[in-house]
Design a protein around this ligand. Structure first.
Ligand SMILES: NC(=O)c1ccc[n+]([C@@H]2O[C@H](COP(=O)([O-])OP(=O)(O)OC[C@H]3O[C@@H](n4cnc5c(N)ncnc54)[C@H](O)[C@@H]3O)[C@@H](O)[C@H]2O)c1
Length: 345
């Protein structure tokens, strides 16, 4: 996965930042299957970046000639020599980001550097790419802050980020719009929600739940507890499988309008308890839930996020796989002994 002499000039070239991360490598897998494009992957390979994800893509051995990798930390600008190696992409999919809310609370400045300065650095490179048709700027449902019961945020609602991670993503979005207006960069912004799928970081809800169900240990579930420590409500999220997120991004490469943002929403809303119970049912073992007051343990975490997906639906996009099938397939994949190392910290 190192620089090849050159890619064919007749095929589209795609730069994916953060491609060794969870969603980035699924997007690569999806686009390898759906197109004949070539790919340059940029990543700094931090704790959440792992090139084994890319090597684990089923078609990797066949497709590796279409992929090359460049190590770079986007806190630093893209210099002339790196710019030459990145080439002149037709699409840039910008996913590189620090994204762990707890870590953003410990080190907010790092998140401003990675997500705001990092975005400005890759956009400055993008301004000089004469072939560029779209720059997809990956943002999150969390920029809107908590969603009141019964409400789902539309794309253009005001941002009310409640922790340093979501504030840095809001800053990333603001620079995307500013580069579109000021320099005409064809920026399309996406708001995605909780993604799940295979090869996710072991600290995330799905692998964590599978581990605790298999080991018969209590699974912490974030919830709102009253003064007597009784359960009032469980945190809830909308969930989407990475395959469906990738399909929406592919759709937006064709139909997304520069300067606009799009909510990519998956399925119905589930509480974390419902998701954990469904996982336990697929495994065929009992879940031992342990309710933890989310705000006492994690200040800045919101109890509910929700996005309205009408805009993308009206344009004609719909998820490719159902929630039940994708959850079932994901859990079964983790249970296969050859994949179980992806469950370990
Ligand atoms: N995972 C989700 O549920 C979710 C939901 C909404 C939005 N998002 C957004 O989608 C994008 C991808 O998320 P993910 O879950 O795949 O994240 P991830 O943490 O799995 O991957 C991020 C990748 O970016 C790389 N990276 C981080 N900072 C970098 C820098 N300064 N320079 C170069 N590389 C850097 C890391 O090494 C890693 O490989 C992020 O922008 C995130 O904010 C994710």
């Amino acid at each position: 996965m190192y620089p090849q002499s050159s890619f064919s000039m007749t095929k589209k070239l795609v730069l994916i930042t953060g491609a060794a991360g969870f969603i980035g490598h699924h997007l690569l897998d999806y686009l390898l299957q759906k197109t004949d494009w070539n790919f340059v992957l940029l990543d700094r390979l931090d704790l959440s970046g792992n090139l084994d994800r890319v090597r684990d893509i089923p078609s990797y051995e066949v497709d590796k000639g279409r992929i090359r990798f460049e190590w770079h930390d986007l806190k630093a600008p893209v210099n002339e020599s790196l710019a030459k190696r990145l080439g002149n992409p037709h699409y840039i999919l910008h996913l590189a980001a620090s994204s762990h809310v707890d870590r953003s609370i410990e080190d907010p400045a790092l998140f401003a550097m990675d997500n705001v300065v990092g975005t400005v650095n890759i956009m400055n490179f993008a301004r000089n790419c004469s072939n560029l048709e779209k720059f997809v700027n990956f943002s999150t449902d969390e920029v809107f802050g908590p969603a009141p019961e019964g409400h789902a945020h539309k794309e253009d609602e005001p941002h009310r980020p409640s922790n340093p991670y979501s504030a840095s993503k809001s800053g990333q979005e603001a620079f995307g719009y500013a580069f579109f207006i000021t320099y005409g960069l064809p920026v399309v912004t996406t708001h995605t929600m909780n993604n799940f799928g295979i090869r996710q970081h072991p600290e995330k809800l799905l692998p964590k739940t599978i581990r605790s169900v298999l080991n018969g240990t209590p699974m912490p579930i974030f919830a709102k507890l009253n003064k007597k420590k009784r359960l009032e409500a469980v945190g809830s999220r909308y969930w989407i499988n990475c395959w469906n997120t990738s399909s929406a991004v592919y759709f937006l490469l064709k139909h997304g309008k520069p300067g606009e943002s799009y909510n990519i929403i998956g399925f119905d809303e589930f509480t974390n308890l419902e998701i954990a119970e469904r996982i336990a049912k697929i495994i065929g073992k009992k879940l031992i839930p342990k309710f933890v007051d989310f705000h006492a343990v994690r200040p800045g975490h919101d109890r509910r996020y929700a996005l309205d997906g009408t805009k993308l639906k009206k344009m004609g996009w719909k998820p490719e796989i159902s929630f039940d099938k994708s959850l079932h397939d994901t859990v079964k994949w983790y249970l296969d002994p050859k994949n179980q190392h992806w469950l370990n910290d």
